[in-house]
Design a protein around this ligand. Structure first.
Ligand code: GRF
Length: 207
């Protein structure tokens, strides 16, 4: 059984996709041990609780400095003994100590085809604004392992989504979620739970 911990900051539609997929068997052999949000009012926390999943808020604002938050965050994460940490719209930088403690055991979903529109400053609607400003005809989503860079870790899955001439950042964000993110994240977790993912030389491979 793969024990996963999901970290969130907002609405939690990706978390919901994971919860639904665990329930209906698209993600096999996996249990969601807990959900951590840095934002007390994140609707994702309610989604977790409605589904009987332990959900807590841990905000950097409640600590005197970042080092104190990082220590408490790592301690909390460790308390769930996760096999895999899933970042599902989590807007906090993962402390390097956590990345070292969970090598190739943290995944993130990013709403573009990495290496386009990723890295520092590319989050939320900004990603889709940048894609529209550049005039790309295809965008998508990426699930990748988390290393010490921003969106630089080994790519596990990608799915493309067509950009329409009528798109606004909001409509594109929605379609990337519906057509890519909500499918890719469950698929990635299922593959990892089935032991079908290997990471070597900075690359992830499905075996
Ligand atoms: C998603 O677009 C995700 O890719 C990005 O943040 C958004 C989170 O949405 N990193 P939600 O909280 O899962 O609804």
């Amino acid at each position: 059984m793969l024990n996963i911990l999901v970290c969130v900051s907002g609405g939690g539609t990706n978390l919901q996709a994971v919860i639904d997929a665990v329930k209906d068997g698209r993600i096999r052999n996996t249990a969601i041990a807990g959900v951590i949000s840095n934002n007390r009012s994140a609707y994702a926390l309610q989604r977790a609780r409605q589904n009987g999943i332990d959900a807590i808020c841990l905000s950097p604002k409640d600590f005197p400095d970042r080092a104190a938050f990082n220590r408490a965050f790592l301690e909390k994460v460790d308390s769930y003994a996760p096999d895999l940490i899933v970042l599902a719209g989590f807007l906090v930088n993962i402390p390097p100590e956590m990345i070292r403690a969970y090598p190739n055991r943290i995944i993130n979903i990013h709403p573009s085809l990495i290496p386009s529109f990723c890295g520092t400053g590319y989050y939320g609607l900004k990603v889709h604004e940048a894609a529209l400003a550049r005039g790309v005809k295809v965008t998508g989503a990426t699930v990748h392992f988390v290393d010490e860079g921003t969106d630089t870790g080994p790519i596990l899955l990608q799915k493309s989504v067509e950009v329409l001439p009528s798109d606004t950042p909001q409509s594109l964000q929605r379609r990337v979620m519906e057509e890519a993110e909500w499918l890719l994240l469950p698929e990635a977790i299922d593959l990892i739970a089935a032991g079908k993912v290997e990471v070597a030389d900075g690359k992830a491979r499905i075996v």
